[in-house]
Design a protein around this ligand. Structure first.
Ligand SMILES: C[S@@+](CC[C@H](N)C(=O)[O-])C[C@H]1O[C@@H](n2cnc3c(N)ncnc32)[C@H](O)[C@@H]1O
Length: 255
């Protein structure tokens, strides 16, 4: 099968990966970039890609994806999922640390780098973002998803944990202390500054899960298509964007 055959065969499936409030906005942004690149086979790097929620659909769309993740269990699940999807030959699973990307991937060899829900758990996000930027070809794009700070404060307060909300709001890194599962959270200017310091130019910022975590389960489950549409409608608009559980930044290494 030629690449174009594969693209034709898979394009319909890629057009509709499982769209949820957690993924719909990100896929919209990625889809625009993939469309912009036409039929080119892209080299994609997914740092902390876990079990392949993004890697597998991208491979099914005809791209080559390397997933670097610290967890052998996640990579084993990714490998199974890739085999089941028939794209094992298009996905490389590499166990490694995002901080040490330089030793794992060629500099300036990647068209699209993903780093979703990782910068809030690593020891130090700065070298990770520097490594993402270094891995990109000039003109290449980065899709970065980080935990949102405001949503965490509001969420703790709404659940009655006012002391935790107070700590989180006052902490410079946006954590609630040593028992917090995340090491940091971001607002849009802070996340953009992190990418900008590594030489990436931020083109778009969207909120992900503006509403999803606030809705009663009956609404979220019963009207899931309407929730996705409303998430899409609000994602780019402050103040809704800035209250989202996660912030998605789309950035580019200057050509
Ligand atoms: C919250 S999960 C996100 C998975 C996936 N990116 C997603 O959005 O569904 C975080 C992932 O980052 C990986 N991870 C954590 N620290 C890492 C590091 N220093 N280097 C590489 N991967 C790391 C974890 O093993 C896990 O798979």
């Amino acid at each position: 099968m030629t690449r174009l055959d594969r693209v034709e065969q898979t394009r319909g499936r890629f057009a509709e990966p499982p769209l949820t409030p957690r993924t719909a906005v990100i896929w919209s942004v990625l889809r625009a970039e993939l469309d912009r690149r036409g039929d080119a086979e892209l080299t994609v790097l997914d740092v902390g890609g876990g079990t392949g929620g993004f890697a597998v659909p991208l491979a099914r769309a005809g791209h080559r994806v390397t997933v670097v993740d610290a967890s052998p269990d996640a990579l084993a699940a990714l490998t199974r999922r890739a085999a089941e999807a028939g794209v094992a030959d298009r996905i490389a699973a590499v166990q490694g640390d995002g901080d040490a990307l330089a030793g794992l991937v060629e500099p300036a060899g990647v068209d699209l780098v993903l780093c979703h829900a990782v910068l809030e758990v690593v020891d130090d996000p700065t070298p990770v973002v520097t490594a993402l930027a270094t891995a990109l070809r000039p003109g290449g794009a980065a899709s970065v998803l980080v935990a949102g700070r405001a949503a965490a404060v509001l969420g703790r307060a709404m659940n009655g944990h006012l002391d935790v909300a107070t700590t989180l709001a006052a902490d410079p890194a946006g954590t609630a202390g040593p028992r917090d599962t995340l090491r940091r959270r971001y607002d849009a200017p802070g996340a953009a500054a992190l990418l900008g310091a590594a030489g990436l130019v931020v083109e778009e910022i969207h909120g992900v899960r503006v509403l999803a975590d606030l809705l009663p389960a009956a609404v979220a489950d019963g009207q899931s298509a309407a929730v996705v549409e409303l998430e899409r409608a609000l994602a780019a608009q402050p103040p809704y964007r800035d209250l989202a559980a996660q912030l998605h930044l789309f950035a580019r290494r200057p050509a």
